[in-house]
Write a protein that binds this ligand. Structure first.
Ligand code: MSP
Length: 508
């Protein structure tokens, strides 16, 4: 089955922070997981370049916007690369293939009669790249950016969003899982039910953007350009191949709650107008706060995710992102909590389990593990519904719950070591069979857990498998089961998975 997952394309007006890393990590966990299940996956991320705020930053630096974007895009390509993300393409909205597609897309809406000219006068927040109503302002300022919006009065091209209210409501009523979590579905649906206003899809008097095909003096409004990336990428990511028949509409958009309306309301309407099917599903996640504060440049608490990766490694950052806050909800994180999870969960609960298991096989069995699966093994019971439980949770984007379910097994295996005390069994020749069974269970259980964790910990999982003498490249989901380990020789005590890191705030 096709599974197409996207992140928002990020504005290049500054470099990435952990909020951006957050969505990219989430999308990568899903992409890797569905590949393990043998699905046909396409994972897209990239950057949004034609924003007024990008043109402004470029001007401040005395650069042409494209020259500026070419310079900063390197940092944005680095983000997925260093996170270990397996995106199949990285889109830039300045790509020729994207620009041509946007023109074609807007032309289709124009030809369908859903675009007209009008004068718009209103308050525009450059931070949001959106017009604001008086009701949305707090003391005359945009509450998200804490700045007074600018008065803009232009003759623009408008999209007849109001004409799509009924069709959108019908869509929402037909597909109760169109937007998840449910409270976000309700938020989007009530916004639609409250009445929709047409919106401007072009900007006059600013040259930075995709020219409107029937009126080249105007450029596409940044959102009318950016949203289209999800479709345009499929037309040119693989030269000579149109991926649309394969992956559209099997798309799952991940996004933060800040851009819900654009994705859950404007985008489906634009697709309907242009004659495309609407996305399969949208998942709206919450916002990460750092030490209870919004992550923002002006507060000076922007953490560069690459700095965290330098200190803790990509896997620890991915683990923390998935675990520290329940995916879908807002939550506060801290660098201390990253350090704490690294030590307690990764180094102790997972790392030590591998060290102990391999050391005991090396020491008590000379590294030779006989095949000893048992019908009544407690590890069989521990693993019994692991594969289906994790898959079911990830089917509803519950990245946090799925990881907690896997961690249950990690804790269960640690308890099993304590209960069975293999060191005692080893001192009694008559209990040799029990010793072999116990160590078999540990190697087998830990191997299954490593496969289950591979989407979260893509560097660590293959290392665990290799240390257990298993094939580190075999990550098929069917391996998340008990008793698949054959007899093995040559198991040696493994090096620590997660070495000690001293300063808790080394990265801060
Ligand atoms: N360019 C638009 C999106 C266009 S998509 C067609 C944009 N870019 S952005 O750079 O501002 O990135 C917004 C996205 O980054 C959010 O929707 C979210 O996915 C992620 N996050 C940015 N800060 C975040 C947090 N503090 N916490 C969680 N995610 C956040 O909007």
């Amino acid at each position: 089955m096709p599974y197409y997952v996207t992140t928002p394309i990020y504005y290049v007006n500054s470099t990435p922070h952990i909020g951006h890393a957050y969505t990219t990590i989430a999308a990568d966990i899903l992409a890797r997981h569905y590949r393990q299940r043998g699905e046909d996956v396409f994972f897209l991320t990239g950057v949004d370049e034609h924003a007024s705020k990008v043109a402004r930053v470029a001007a401040e630096q005395g650069l042409d916007p494209k020259a500026y974007a070419d310079r900063i895009v390197g940092a944005w390509r680095e983000l997925p690369r260093r996170l270990g993300a397996t995106n199949d393409f990285f889109i830039r909205t300045t790509d020729d293939g994207h620009k041509a597609f946007v023109q074609d897309f807007l032309q289709r809406i124009y030809d369908a009669g859903d675009i007209y000219q009008d004068v718009y006068a209103g308050l525009y927040c450059v931070g949001c790249e959106a017009f604001k109503t008086e009701a949305e302002l707090v003391e005359g300022k945009c509450p998200l950016h804490d700045v007074e919006p600018e008065w803009i009065e232009e003759r623009n091209w408008f999209f007849r969003l109001s004409a799509y209210q009924d069709r959108l409501l019908a869509l929402y009523d037909e597909r109760p899982d169109f937007v998840l979590p449910a409270f976000r579905f309700n938020e989007a649906r009530s916004f639609i039910a409250g009445g929709l206003q047409d919106f401007s899809i072009s900007r006059a008097g600013q040259p930075w953007g995709v020219p409107i095909p029937w009126d080249p003096d105007q450029v596409a409004y940044v959102w009318a350009d950016a949203l289209v990336n999800y479709l345009s990428a499929l037309t040119y990511a693989r030269p000579g191949e149109d991926l649309r028949p394969r992956f559209w509409p099997a798309v799952r958009h991940l996004l933060g709650k800040d851009i819900l309306r654009f994705h859950c309301v404007y985008w489906p309407a634009m697709l309907l107008a242009a004659g495309y099917e609407v996305p399969r599903q949208l998942f709206v996640h919450g916002y990460l706060l750092l030490d209870d504060r919004k992550i923002s440049k002006s507060l000076g608490n922007v953490v560069d995710p690459l700095d965290l990766i330098d200190v803790y490694g990509a896997d620890a950052v991915r683990f923390w992102a998935a675990r520290a806050v329940s995916f879908g909800h807002d939550g506060s994180v801290s660098i201390d909590s990253l350090h704490e999870r690294y030590e307690r969960e990764l180094a102790n609960e997972l790392g030590n389990l591998l060290s102990r298991t391999t050391a005991m096989v090396a020491r008590y069995l000379d590294g030779v593990l006989p095949a000893r699966p048992r019908g009544d093994s407690p590890v069989r019971a521990l693993l019994a519904t692991l594969a289906s439980d994790v898959a079911d949770r990830l089917d509803v984007y519950d990245l946090t719950g799925a990881l907690e379910r896997i961690w249950d097994v990690v804790r269960g295996l640690n308890r099993y070591v304590e209960e069975r005390a293999p060191w005692k069994l080893a001192s009694d020749e008559e209990r040799r069979r029990e010793l072999e069974e116990t160590l078999y269970d540990l190697v087998d259980g830990l191997g299954a857990v490593a496969v289950a964790l591979a989407a979260y910990l893509p560097e660590t999982s293959p290392r665990i498998l290799a240390a257990l003498g298993a094939d580190p490249a075999e990550l098929g989901w069917e391996r998340v089961a008990y008793g698949l380990t054959p007899a093995r020789a040559g198991i040696a005590a493994a090096a620590p998975l997660y070495p000690r890191i001293d300063a808790p705030t080394a990265a801060a």
